[in-house]
Ligand binder design. Structure first.
Ligand code: C5P
Length: 236
């Protein structure tokens, strides 16, 4: 049987990252209306604009991935998750290192709200390397840490994880066919890499097990963002 997400076309599982100010975000949203299904709002835009930015994007017809990466005591994260889905978020994130009880508290808050929002765990930030991971007191290798935290998130009942395309195949195997695996670090063929180094093309990311991909600058900084989105959709 197909996992629930697999019945949705790949182009509707491309999430456009709005890492910009309000006006630029709204201009982009209008250009991508009717094309892109998902927008990602991160801390920068959310801390400036608050829940209103989520509500506006919802009114424009988008699903919203609210990537605020919660990490606090369970009581606080429960409240944060409730507030996020109340604002209309369709997907939220938290750090798996916050622990299983913290992730369970978030999941319970989402369930109790009646929202169908998906919950994702951040395992190890891709900005970290073996050295910076060791400095946090983690002695096992990176891949083992990612795997263990992903399993914790599954035990807590979350919908899935955020991961680099390089980890997607391993995580698909560990978490099974139904888990969501959302991968940033995606670049269409021939695109500028920006500050991303270990990248995959959109098609490669899906083929290696991603359920959703996040793409920012190749679309948001294109002269014609709608055409850039269409080109990516065609590649899939
Ligand atoms: O512009 P670009 O396509 O690089 O944007 C990718 C988005 O995914 C950004 O919002 C970035 O913060 C986010 N992200 C990432 N790498 C991670 C986690 C999130 O690039 N490991």
């Amino acid at each position: 049987m197909l996992a629930a997400y697999e019945s949705i076309p790949r182009k509707d599982r491309v999430i456009v990252a709005l890492d910009c100010d309000r006006q630029t975000a709204l201009d982009l949203a209008k250009k991508l209306q009717g094309k892109a299904r998902w927008m990602k709002v991160g801390m920068t835009l959310y801390y400036a604009e608050g829940p209103a930015i989520v509500e506006i994007l919802k009114l424009l017809g988008f699903k919203v991935f609210l990537d605020l990466k919660f990490h606090d005591i369970p009581h606080q994260v429960s409240g944060a998750a409730a507030s996020a889905v109340e604002a209309g978020a369709d997907m939220i994130t938290m750090h798996a290192v916050g622990g299983v009880p913290m992730m369970q508290a978030a999941q319970e808050a989402v369930d109790e709200s009646g929202s169908q929002a998906d919950t994702l765990a951040i395992t190890v930030l891709t900005s970290m390397n073996a050295e910076t991971l060791a400095e946090t007191g983690v002695n096992r290798p990176m891949a083992e840490q990612v795997r263990a935290l992903a399993l914790n998130s599954q035990e807590a009942g979350l919908s899935g994880v955020v991961a680099s395309p390089q980890e997607a195949a391993m995580l698909r195997e560990v978490l099974g066919p139904d888990a969501l695996i959302v991968t940033p670090g995606v670049r269409p063929v021939g695109a500028d890499l920006g500050d991303q180094s270990r990248v995959a093309t959109p098609k490669q990311a899906f083929d290696s097990g991603a359920s959703h991909i996040v793409i920012g600058r190749p679309i948001t900084q294109a002269d014609d963002p709608a055409a850039a989105f269409d080109a990516i959709a065609a590649e899939l």
